[in-house]
Design a protein around this ligand. Structure first.
Ligand code: ASP
Ligand code: MG
Length: 427
């Protein structure tokens, strides 16, 4: 058994969906669970629908939704045509229920909180994309079963940031997914979404499909998980920011977790744990060049990694200085962490000195203001905004030199393996 995950970019057009079909065609020897994201930027578009609905702009919400509906109809019709079954958009009946569900909701007035509606509307993106792809594959003879992941992934009701109930989910995988594999080589389902005990839809946080795929790999004891992306694999830097960026053929779980922690947008950070726990390798491969090797992420030690460069932009330096020159004691340090905890906010870097504590945080305006406000009980607080946190793992002087020349260093922290510098602008 293998698990595949195809992201939004891999199914954003008719041609790309056909390309996914071609990839799947070459993997017909063993059972495959395929997780597919919403097409292209559909999730962003659906977010706008929810915002309009919640602002009580019903007409605008319906109009925005109409555009999404039309795009999906067109893609579905065009795929049907490519498969030699013309009939136009009127023939696409299998999507109607999804549309009706959302349209009904949009006709109501919001009475519950925003996050609840967000999940009820946004989940439709993945339901549509998987229905379209599954249907197309069946038409061209790649037979598969489609399952609504909301019948499998059970979560709590923390809408937009739901936690998976592993026990119930595992039972559902055994009850519902395994039997499907007795009749089908391929099962298609959604990432990113789940449902509560009350059958309300939930989402796991943006970009959560990687995580869903890892959960399935874990529960199905898969041989491996492959995430198909529009890049060759994991690079050691963003090629847009660092021309000498190179592809890394081999990485281990720990390195990827560290990269994600420092802000690299490689893979959703939650993805690694379910894989590591069962020692399941993760392949990151290109859907554009499916013959290329990609990056393999596993449990083994790796020597010789190139410098790995990660930028986090929009950083704020929060400088907290004790008011009366008293030393920063455990009590004061604990007070700082308590504030962070109460705000559900995490510093990206901290440094303490005799009478001050420095924290670097993401620019999250309300949280930053609240943090500063609460900290003034104990400290004199100053904020420095618009900074960039550059992290280099496995650094060498030459790379560091090159990346910080012309920048002013505001703060620096280093271990033999990792250096972090807070700078005022990116080269
Ligand atoms: N469609 C969702 C998003 O764009 C989930 C995912 O793609 O992983 O955030
Ligand atoms: Mg995505």
């Amino acid at each position: 058994m293998k698990v595949f995950k195809f992201g939004g970019a891999s199914v954003s057009t008719v041609e790309r969906i056909m390309n996914v079909a071609a990839i799947l065609q070459s993997y017909q020897e063993e059972p495959l669970l395929v997780v597919i994201s919403a097409m292209g930027k559909t999730t962003n578009a659906l977010e706008k629908v929810v915002a309009a609905f919640y602002a009580r702009e019903k007409d605008q919400a319906l109009e925005l939704f109409q555009v999404i509906k039309q795009q999906h109809f067109e893609i579905a019709a065009s795929l049907q045509e490519k498969a030699g079954h013309p009939g136009g958009e009127t023939n696409i009946t299998y999507l109607s229920d999804f549309f009706t569900e959302v349209e009904w909701l949009l006709h109501d007035k919001p009475v519950r909180d925003y996050d609840y509606y967000y999940d009820q509307v946004v989940c439709i993106g993945e339901l549509l994309s998987t229905a379209i792809v599954s249907h197309y594959l069946n038409v061209i003879g790649l037979s598969n079963a489609l399952i609504d992941v909301r019948d499998i992934i059970r979560t709590d009701n923390a809408f937009r940031d739901a936690r998976i109930n592993w026990k119930v989910t595992e039972e559902k995988v055994h009850e519902r997914i395994l039997p499907l594999f007795q009749l089908n080589q391929m099962v298609i389902t959604q990432g990113f979404i789940g449902s509560t005990d009350e059958n309300e839809s939930t989402t796991l946080g943006r970009e959560g499909s990687d995580y869903t795929a890892a959960v399935f790999a874990n529960l199905l004891n898969a041989k491996e998980l492959t995430i198909w992306k529009d890049v060759q694999g994991v690079m050691n830097a963003d090629p847009k920011l660092y021309a000498a960026a190179t592809w890394i053929p081999d990485l281990n779980y720990q390195e990827v977790i560290e990269m994600a922690y420092y802000g690299a947008q490689v893979i959703h950070p939650n993805t690694i744990k379910p894989l590591q726990n069962k020692n399941i390798p993760l392949q990151v491969r290109s859907f554009i060049h499916p013959g290329d090797a990609g990056t393999c992420i596993h449990n083994q030690k790796i020597r010789h990694l190139p410098p790995i460069i990660v930028y986090k932009n929009n950083q704020v330096l929060v400088e907290m200085k004790s008011k009366d020159y008293s030393f920063v004691s455990e009590g004061l340090t604990a007070a700082v962490y308590q504030i962070f905890e109460s705000l559900k906010f995490k510093p990206n870097l901290t440094q303490s000195a005799a009478i001050s504590v420095l924290c670097v945080v993401d620019e999250h305006p309300e949280k930053v203001e609240e943090l500063a406000l609460q900290a003034t009980t104990h400290f004199e607080v100053t904020l420095k905004r618009n900074l960039h946190l550059l992290t280099i793992r496995h650094y060498n002087e030459q790379v560091l030199e090159e990346l910080i020349k012309d920048a002013t260093i505001v703060l620096k922290q280093q271990t033999p393996e990792t250096i972090q510098v807070l700078i005022d602008h990116v080269k």
